[in-house]
Design a protein around this ligand. Structure first.
Ligand SMILES: [Fe+2]
Length: 310
């Protein structure tokens, strides 16, 4: 299953427990941590629950009236509270405050990174819209590829978060920003020179994303989404497992959406024909494990992402 981004926060709380043990502090606590619009409650007994913002207010009000607490406050905002038993010694309280400061610091960093990432993604999303506006035939293509890639990812054990899969799908053709509308929408066959220009888009896309650390995995998927499993793709002619797994997932999603969309030179294939074409290219163009995962997805789910074209 894909990893949830909340795990970033949970690592810090695991560390918190370790630090308490290292410092010889024995304390019974309930920790409430905010993660965006949701919250998580973790207790020293290892229980954990989460919920929405509305419930959070009620629970916090209840705990604040019952137990002593220390706020988990960073530079930017309050990230939550640590509720503790009454009557703790002053030196224990001091040590707890120091530990909470380090948690707050890493949560600040996490929040800041999240903001930067969503800001950068907003800009890149506008660039994707600009590309798709040049070519009516590809309108919505990147969103659909992202949706299909997520469906495949749900069926596989991928070392990527849901967000990384969605981003790679959304951004896979970002390199087309520098390619002229005339070439992108040309109805007839392309000249060799035009074909070479089109083929440069994975490398250009990766170059756009590489300076942004948070899109490192997306950049690799973007660069390699036109590689083939048999090594006959581009830009690097990578084969099999040399191709980043996320790129292999995007390749199947991209091909399926392209086949089930109208193009200047042909009408869309039906859902069944497109699925057959993907299956028949398993092991040559596509990674068989990705094809198998794709083939296990119910038609209803695929239709909910790409629309009904069966
Ligand atoms: Fe592409």
């Amino acid at each position: 299953m894909v990893k949830k981004t909340e795990s970033v926060i949970m690592i810090d709380l695991t560390q918190f427990n370790k630090d308490l043990a290292t410092l010889g502090i024995k304390v019974t606590y309930t920790m409430v941590v905010y993660i965006g619009d949701t919250y998580r409650i973790i207790t020293s007994k290892g229980e954990e629950i989460g919920g929405s913002r509305e419930d959070k207010e009620k629970i916090i009000a209840h705990l604040l009236s019952k137990q002593p607490f220390l706020p988990i406050t960073g530079e930017e905002m309050n990230h939550g509270y640590l509720f503790i038993e009454t009557g703790l010694a002053a030196d224990v309280m001091e040590k707890l405050k120091i530990l909470l400061r380090s948690i707050s610091f890493s949560m600040d960093k996490y929040v800041l990174e999240e903001r930067m990432q969503s800001c950068s993604l907003g800009i890149l999303d506008s660039a994707v819209n600009a590309i798709e506006a040049k070519d009516v035939y590809t309108k919505g293509h990147s969103d659909r590829v992202a949706g299909l890639a997520q469906l495949i990812a749900e069926r596989m054990d991928l070392p990527y978060s849901e967000k990384e899969v969605a981003q790679a799908g959304l951004l896979h053709d970002i390199g087309k920003i520098g390619i002229s509308e005339r070439i992108l929408t040309k109805p007839g066959s392309l000249t060799d020179e035009e074909y070479q220009i089109i083929k440069s888009h994975p490398e250009k896309g990766a170059q756009i994303l590489e300076p942004l650390v948070m899109f490192k995995k997306s950049a690799a998927a973007v660069r390699h989404h036109h590689e083939r499993y048999d090594g006959k793709g581009y830009p690097d002619g990578l084969a099999g497992e040399e191709i980043p797994l996320l790129a292999r997932v995007i390749a199947v999603s991209d091909a399926f959406d392209a086949m089930t969309s109208d193009r200047p030179y042909r009408k869309a294939f039906s859902y069944d024909i497109a699925r057959q074409k993907i299956l028949s290219a398993s092991g040559t163009q596509f990674d068989p494990t990705v094809v198998e995962a794709f083939n296990s997805i119910e038609e209803k789910k695929i239709s909910s992402v790409i629309g009904s074209r069966a």
